[in-house]
Design a binder for this molecule. Sequence first.
Ligand code: ARG
Length: 478
Amino acid sequence: MISVKQDVSTNPTSARNAQWGGRFAAGPAAIMRDINASLGFDRRLWRHDIAGSRAHATMLAHVGILSELDHEAIQSGLDAIAAEIESGQFVFDPVLEDIHMAIESRLTTRIGEAGRRLHTARSRNDQVATDFRLWLRDAIDGLTTQTHALMRALTTRAAEHAATPMPGFTHLQTAQPITFGHHLLAYVEMLARDVGRLADGRARLNESPLGAAALAGTGFPIDRTATAAALGFARPMANSIDAVSARDFALEFLATAAIAAIHLSRLAEEIILWCSAPFSFVTLSDAFTTGSSIMPQKRNPDAAELIRAKTGRISGNLLALLTVMKGLPLAYAKDMQEDKEPVFDTADAWSLSLAAMEGMVHDMQPNLSRLREAASQGFSTATDLADWLVRTLHLAFRDAHHITGRIVARAEALNCPLEALPLAEMQAIHPDIDARVLSVLSLDASLASRASYGGTAPNQVAAQAAAWLARLAPDHAK
Ligand code: ARG
């Protein structure tokens, strides 16, 4: 049993938060301060908090609520604070609870009275919602760029390996030959949908809560359209209660991230399988593997394993915030302060996973002879034989399937691949089979035949890769 010594004493009045302390005779208990404080993590919002304050102050001056003198003092005070934070000189004092109070308090220390006027016609409720949307919008842009970079890496490798055979699996059993390039492009398609989901969420979150104030709007003659435009939002949110209560923008991001993490996890899992000795499909260099402290022969794909594992926290973060929001009455409640850590953690884990995956995709070397050998095993061209029986002998597919099954059984008994099975053996099962069949049983013939749109034929794959590379050219990617 671990016992944590907690200081439940009441702090001296000097520890009172001056921003809301007017009605309070004494400061909060230290434990209250600890549970209440978010500065430890929401300091990450500082740039966006300052941007929001700048837009608010400019608007207040414009409509005549702030004097031009006060406005100038506020802007230069915020400049100085930004420089302090940037250079690491800013003191983040937990007594000040959160980033909004920390910056406002510092502003007042620096510029005096004018700093105390900034919070007119605003509440921390609309302030935090604004900051968080701005932060997430930037995070979405960064993750979009990173996802594009990973797509580019995959597509480059796919173009190199448009004709490299590998076994295609269903149920992790050899199914039909495919190309390595085709397999990689499947992930490019998934990642493109992740980017689409990010863009959808970005468009929905890009509305400004600023000016909703605590929940009901304000009696001051503010201009919400002006602050929305200054911050790059498409419009002000139309309902002040919704503006401070909504966190579905964060949930949508977390859901998008959870799906994207699952895509990355599936690719990570495949890389782990591919570089295990029984597969030996690809090799990762020392740059993306670690050694074992006891087994000198080992090269462990730790980066891929960690990407696979990050899915746990990323999907957990979605459930965490869903649970926080469930049943919360409107409007703001302090529960909502718990929205930030899951989002920050998810954005960090996703970003790191994308970077590591991009590195691995560039790094991995497919083992061409092993891939070709594996692609020919497991009677992978059996479907081609059945299709030939349909096309050339005009058998019904079900009959062709049955005859092929018998031929495969015979080849298995003789321990020989389909393309090496003597013609006479096949004719013993169906007398009309002739030498023309041999041309469809080879790996390359099988690959080349799958030229339907979206199929694995090398020319299809090369065309798809070329189309993606053009779409992903840095100035094109969107
Ligand atoms: N730190 C708070 C949060 O993240 C800011 C909003 C506080 N609002 C309030 N009414 N206490 O949610």
